[in-house]
Write a protein that binds this ligand. Structure first.
Ligand code: TXA
Ligand code: MG
Length: 305
């Protein structure tokens, strides 16, 4: 069933879509420079076209070919690539990342993933690959091969099985534009880790102006109730910490945030398949990775983050 990285690179060169495993979540990939292929991503996901895509590249040199890196962007790239950080910089080469991929902006979001299969596909293809999370728009991101195939497998010519995603939450999106660094989407690299490299981030108000951060997002079909301390008999409780709810449904029985991040989308999907009256989720601490977990949960519950 699984395509090889070379088959996936060939499909990209032919203008087709692929399923691309990364350490965060599975992506739905296309050649960033091919407008028709990029249009097929928006169609398959049902994604609004004003929401720009992330360009994935094999290494920092390729990143510097498409974006303009100031000192802060260079420091962050050095510290966190390859890995779950996306940097938004001014666009350098608009030919290699088409207007549709950038939603017409004069900036570009760039990421160098760490997953070995992603690296192999990107090295074999040799150019930027746009890849939003492989879910249909508004739904939880897929973190297993089976979930990715179920969401958007119908649209691809090659699907690469990279196993379950180690991190399980999307990359952190940081912009470095006009000498100002801002956190646009909390994610797998924490605010604390970023501030340890470049100092205090600009205020968050910016985050709400980032395109595509819709309130109802990452949502299963069942309603999601956050900060829950108990569940009704027809609800499922996703617990956190020792002795909270059933172990099978626990985000982390030991109260470990990395484990909770890795389990979050998979358990939301599994709980949804049981068709409960609601999915109740225990309170999650807000520091470190907790910021990104709570961001996704608030959006799954329909609150503006
Ligand atoms: O972990 C991830 O980032 C995954 C994997 C597949 O790499 N990808 C992902 O892509 O989550 P997506 O499309 O679901 O999220 C991309 C985010 C959106 O919030 C979008 O608005 C933002 O990045 N973005 C992309 N280009 C931007 C730009 N030029 N300026 C500001 N935000 C941008
Ligand atoms: Mg997404």
């Amino acid at each position: 069933m699984s395509a090889t990285p070379h088959e996936a690179a060939k499909a990209l060169a032919d203008g087709a879509l692929i399923l691309l495993p990364t350490e965060t979540v599975y992506g739905l990939g296309a050649d960033a420079g091919a407008p028709e292929a990029v249009a097929a991503i928006f169609a398959a996901k049902g994604r609004p076209r004003f929401n720009p895509l992330i360009s994935h590249v094999a290494d920092a040199e390729m990143a510097a070919d498409i974006g303009v890196f100031d000192a802060a962007a260079q420091a962050l790239a050095q510290a966190f690539w390859p890995g779950p950080l996306t940097l938004v910089t001014p666009i350098r080469d608009a030919g290699r990342v088409c207007d549709l991929a950038r939603a017409g902006l004069d900036s570009v979001a760039i990421r160098v993933p760490a997953h070995p299969a992603a690296k192999a596909v990107l090295a074999a293809f040799g150019g930027p690959v746009v890849a939003p999370s492989a879910n249909r728009s508004g739904r939880p991101s897929p973190t297993t091969f089976a979930d990715a195939v179920e969401e958007t497998g119908f649209a691809v010519a090659a699907a690469v099985d990279g196993g379950p995603c180690r991190v399980g939450l999307e990359s952190t999106v940081v912009s470095a534009l006009d000498g100002r660094v801002a956190l646009l989407r909390p994610g797998a690299v924490t605010r604390e880790q970023i501030e340890a490299v470049i100092g205090p981030l600009a205020d968050d108000g910016e985050g709400r102006r980032s395109p595509g951060r819709l309130a109802l997002h990452y949502a299963p079909d069942a309603p999601v109730r956050i900060e829950a301390t108990a569940a009704a008999p027809d609800e499922i409780l996703l617990g956190f910490g020792p002795g909270v709810g059933e172990t099978r449904w626990s985000l982390s029985p030991t109260g470990d945030l990395s484990q909770a991040a890795a389990n979050l989308f998979r358990l939301l999907r599994e709980a949804d398949r049981q068709k409960p009256a609601a999915i109740a989720v225990s309170p999650i601490p807000g520091a470190g990775l907790g910021e990104a977990i709570n961001d996704r949960l608030r959006r799954a519950a329909g609150f503006v983050g």
